[in-house]
Ligand binder design. Structure first.
Ligand SMILES: C[S@@+](CC[C@H](N)C(=O)[O-])C[C@H]1O[C@@H](n2cnc3c(N)ncnc32)[C@H](O)[C@@H]1O
Length: 222
């Protein structure tokens, strides 16, 4: 299956609202966000530290992480290109009572508005397949994370064999038709493990490992 790139930002408010409504009310996606936050906790974030979520969207992963770290004086910053997505992220966080732990920043991941080594941990979910030049963003992540810091860049995986494709087709049938287009768009624009390996190897990220699951992929430094 050839890779079909998807556009970078979810910029229209109507699209952002639809994303927020669908993901916010889908219990499987919410469960995935919680599981990802647990995986992020296993990286080990020091008390008083800072976490950056790149392409935070409407903030679901950042909020799940915030719930787990707020007792340890850790701050979570969500970065996104789209003001519409960030407006909804701020509303979600306000409703969840998480504003003391979270900060939202509008900005482009190609030129992050942060200092070198500002973060103890950098995370990203479902954003990589939107990036036209992933190596440039990996280099920015390498710049803003502390040398001893951790990262987890997680995304869907482009499907190459019939069994995960069949599984995805079944999942697709349970998704409303207007959102199904985005679901397949994400899969088609995602990377294979080999492609991701090649891209990360060309970047300045250090100490990484590729973790490939049935339908997902991650670049991780533990
Ligand atoms: C599919 S959404 C995922 C949102 C969220 N991480 C989640 O898991 O629900 C992808 C997000 O990445 C953002 N994005 C794409 N390219 C970006 C870039 N270059 N800089 C910052 N954000 C970007 C989009 O605006 C969008 O909000």
């Amino acid at each position: 299956m050839k890779r079909i790139p998807e556009s970078e930002a979810i910029s229209e408010m109507a699209d952002a609202r639809r994303f927020n409504e669908f993901m916010g009310n889908n219990r499987f996606r919410q469960q995935e966000y919680r599981e990802l936050a647990q995986r992020i906790m296993e990286l080990g974030i020091p008390a008083g530290g800072k976490v950056l979520d790149v392409g935070t969207g409407t903030g679901f992963v950042a909020m799940e992480v915030a719930k787990l770290v707020r007792e340890r004086d850790i701050r979570v910053v969500g970065l996104d290109l789209s003001p519409a997505m960030l407006t909804l992220a701020a509303e979600n966080a306000q409703r969840a009572g998480l504003n003391d732990t979270l900060t939202w920043r509008e900005g482009n991941a190609y030129a992050m508005p942060f200092a070198d080594g500002e973060f103890d941990c950098v995370i990203s979910n479902d954003s990589l397949h939107h990036w036209e030049d992933p190596v440039a963003i990996f280099n920015e992540i390498a710049r803003v994370v502390k040398p001893e810091g951790r990262y987890l860049i997680h995304d869907s995986r482009r499907l190459e064999t019939w069994w995960p494709k069949l599984f995805a087709w079944g999942i697709g049938l349970m998704i409303p038709p207007d959102f199904r287009v985005h679901y397949w768009g994400s899969i088609h624009s995602s990377y294979t493990p080999d492609e991701l390996h090649t891209l990360v190897a060309r970047s300045q990220l250090a100490g990484w490992k590729i973790e490939a699951g049935f339908m997902e992929l991650a670049v991780v430094k533990k």
